[in-house]
Design a protein around this ligand. Structure first.
Ligand code: KG4
Ligand code: ZN
Length: 345
């Protein structure tokens, strides 16, 4: 069978990215231009600045992806692009660029959900992986337990009722004066800290609930820091980081494993930026000891935002002829499983 080559574009937040992916699983090139250094000085992503930098970089990043793949536009079967969720101005840069390519080259335009992309990163790193399975999506904006029933068929079983997991990491990092993005720094500090030093609350919500709440633990950390300061007691940053991280990862692993057992599913995968967290990975491994559930996660460069994951998701959409016409628009609050553009042409 002839290979299907997807050129994919991702600009939903602060990474300008393009990739070439063959048959949804093989990454031929994966170019990521990160704006982190630009946003660092503001302590977070500034939407206007992100859009402007995407405009400046998109063309170069796409050209580089093709060059690295040793391909031309002629070799491409379809153009996949993230159209939500994300920052609307940032998304629009990728969407407009993809639309113009699809129009000029007369190739199918494939609209991809960013969260779906995160999940599909696992198809790249784990060639054996096939649905059904449970995916835990933990990123800066999302915390979802997803039942992946089939390629492109998702049911969200639980989600955060307030902060996303990554947001909690970033906010706690900021209160410790660690800068942005805080997740990787908390992770690093936690590795040398004592995770039993401070007993932060584990928020499980109602019995059987698969939802999350992380705003309580964030406040608990702030209260702890204030109390220590008021009493003139020392703050051991690595112990705070380790204890906070442990409280978060314990709840996540417990709920995800409960979801898998409830549905008799024997595969769990992690997705999204926080999936890079070493404490989270270790906690899953610990809680899964003796259980016949397999557990996997993508390498770090496929956990954080990239276009290869969009190319994988786009391939499965290509197979099911899930194409968009040139009216495709960015949808900043796009939900997982919501297919707004289905045009069987
Ligand atoms: O998936 P992602 O790159 O962007 C979104 O779609 O949101 O996730 C970014 C988030 C940030 O909150 C960042 O702090 C967090 O992922 N993150 C981590 C780690 N690496 C990135 N959180 C905890 N531990 C890490 N090692
Ligand atoms: Zn993301």
């Amino acid at each position: 069978m002839k290979d299907t080559v997807i050129l994919s574009i991702e600009t939903s937040c602060d990474e300008t990215a393009a990739a070439v992916v063959v048959n949804g699983r093989k990454v031929v090139s994966n170019i990521v231009y990160s704006q982190i250094d630009i946003h660092k000085k503001f302590g977070g992503v500034v939407p206007e600045v992100a859009s402007r930098n995407h405009v400046e970089k998109i063309s170069q990043v796409v050209d580089e992806a093709l060059e690295k793949a040793e391909m031309t536009f002629e070799d491409i079967d379809g153009i996949a692009v993230t159209y939500g969720p994300g920052l609307v101005g940032a998304l629009l840069v990728g969407v407009s660029y993809a639309k113009s390519l699809a129009y000029t080259l007369d190739k199918p335009l494939i609209p991809v959900n960013h969260i779906e992309g995160h999940i599909c990163a696992n198809f790249i790193s784990n060639p054996e992986l096939e649905p059904p399975f449970i995916a835990m999506v933990v990123s800066g904006g999302h915390t979802h337990i997803v039942h992946v029933k089939d390629y492109g068929v998702y049911e969200v079983l639980g989600k955060t009722r307030d902060d996303a997991a990554g947001e909690a990491f970033d906010k706690v990092a900021r209160s410790l004066g660690l800068g942005y993005p805080g997740g990787p720094m908390i992770d690093k500090l936690a590795q040398i800290g004592n995770k039993h030093a401070i007993d932060f609350p584990r928020v499980f919500l109602e019995k059987e609930s698969l939802d999350f709440s992380f705003s309580g633990i964030k406040s608990a950390v702030l209260n702890y820091l204030n109390q220590q300061n008021q009493k003139n007691l020392p703050i051991v940053q690595e112990d705070v980081a380790a204890s906070f991280q442990q409280a978060v990862v314990e709840v996540i692993a417990t709920k995800v494993i409960a979801a898998a057992e409830m549905l008799s599913l024997n595969k769990i995968v992690l997705a999204g930026g926080v999936a890079a967290n070493s404490g989270l990975r270790n906690e899953f491994k610990k809680q899964l000891e003796g259980k016949s559930i397999t557990f996997s996660y993508p390498p770090i460069q496929l956990c954080t935002d990239n276009a290869a994951m969009i190319g994988s998701a786009g391939y499965y959409d290509y197979l099911s002829c899930h194409f968009a016409d040139l009216s495709l628009n960015a949808v900043s609050n796009l939900k997982l499983g919501q297919k707004l553009y289905v045009n069987h042409n």
